[in-house]
Ligand binder design. Structure first.
Ligand SMILES: *Cc1c(COP(=O)(O)O)cnc(C)c1O
Length: 369
């Protein structure tokens, strides 16, 4: 048994997602990139490289990682505001650079022969209800709004980038695309490529793949010369990993509590930020099964609560629990608040063999301070 807590990446599940994405690539004739910010477990990049066209980065470090670990594939980058001193290195690393504003465009224009420059635009249309995840709010800093853009500004620009979705279906994409085309369609004939960002929940159960493929194909008939990119993060490793933890302590002050050896705040911050309730193998909703527990982490943060779960048998100290859907937005967001150790990372290959890929120690904590 491996020492808990650890993330376990399941390559068979990852491959299942990749096969769905490959179908989209082939049937719609588009390119798909991994958005590394969601999932940068580069031990699996060779597998991902078999199915996708490359990676995209949120900045210099992810761009470096992409170049080093996703060999021979496309390396794209977008950042809301690159530092001027990064520009030279960025254009060396990346074949495609997406800038966020017209002033950032000025920084990169001298390198238009070295890299393909794209401009992020903001359609000011999105169906994302949580403001924390809405890139299209009225005062959003992402992308140039239509009324601030004229054809003359686009000199040296080869691509347009739009990212307006979060965990959404192809129906939302269809509606977003309509607004994007109404506002920015006039610029498309002079472009080489267009990137429809992430937030496409392509590998989620019930996602309407046919609508996505049909929508993309119809777009491609309207603009046959354009290369079309999608850059999902979440969809690539959705449900492809677990966080394995142990019950450290059981308490009951009128309500059964369990303290685990993992922390929501440190190891699954999206549970608090989104917020959401991560699925847990073999458990039910509160009250659904006979024994319910509130799960908390071993940190001093009162709100370090994972959620309430129920079981048909009482839990025992030392018992292992497996949280599901812990590949994405988990290890990339880890922190060592309270001196919490970082979970190890293990990989289960397609034959079912599990190996530890990374272990962390006190030095990983100390080196960041
Ligand atoms: C977050 C983000 C993505 C990936 O989004 P997912 O929701 O993980 O699919 C892609 N592109 C941009 C610009 C992003 O900000």
């Amino acid at each position: 048994m491996l020492k808990t807590p650890y993330y376990l990446i399941d390559e068979a599940k990852l491959e299942k997602n990749l096969k769905i994405l490959e179908t989209v690539r082939k049937k719609a004739g588009v390119k798909i990139l991994l958005a590394q910010k969601a999932f940068s477990c580069y031990a699996t990049y060779p597998l991902i490289a078999k199915y996708l066209d490359g990676v995209t980065a949120s900045g210099l470090f992810e761009a470096k990682l992409g170049l080093e670990e996703m060999k021979g594939k496309e390396n794209h980058v977008f950042n809301p505001a690159f530092a001027p001193e990064e520009v030279k290195e960025i254009v060396k690393l990346c074949g495609h650079v997406v800038v966020n504003s017209l002033s950032q465009l000025k920084l990169f224009k001298p390198y238009a022969k070295k890299t393909s420059i794209g401009l992020r635009v903001n359609p000011h249309y999105s169906e994302v209800e949580v403001e924390l995840y809405n890139p299209c709010s009225k005062t959003s800093r992402f992308g140039v709004p239509r009324e601030y853009l004229s054809a003359a500004d686009l000199e040296g620009v080869e691509g347009l980038h739009v990212h307006a979705m979060c965990e959404q279906g192809s129906d939302v994409f269809e509606r977003t695309l309509k607004v994007f085309e109404e506002k920015f369609g006039e610029f498309l004939p002079r472009m080489k490529w267009v990137n429809f960002g992430g937030g496409h929940h392509i590998t989620k159960k019930g996602y309407d793949l046919k609508l996505l493929i049909d929508t993309l194909k119809a777009f491609k008939t309207r603009y046959p010369k354009l290369e079309v990119y999608l850059e999902p993060g979440e969809a690539i490793a959705l449900n492809a990993g677990y966080l394995v933890t142990k019950v450290r302590e059981l308490l009951d002050y009128g309500k059964p509590l369990a303290i685990l050896d993992t922390s929501a705040a440190c190891h699954m911050p999206d549970v608090i930020e989104m917020p959401y309730r991560p699925p847990l193998k073999g458990s039910g909703m509160p009250g659904e099964k006979k024994y319910s527990y509130i799960f908390g982490g071993p940190t001093c943060l009162a709100g370090d609560i994972i959620g309430e779960y129920s079981f048909s048998k009482p839990l025992k100290v030392g018992q292992e629990l497996v949280f599901e859907d812990m590949a994405i937005y988990s290890m990339v967001k880890n922190n060592t608040f309270n001196g919490m150790p970082l979970p190890s990372i293990a990989i289960k290959d397609s034959r079912g063999k599990t190996k530890i890929w990374k272990e962390f120690s006190y030095f990983d904590f100390k080196s960041r301070l």
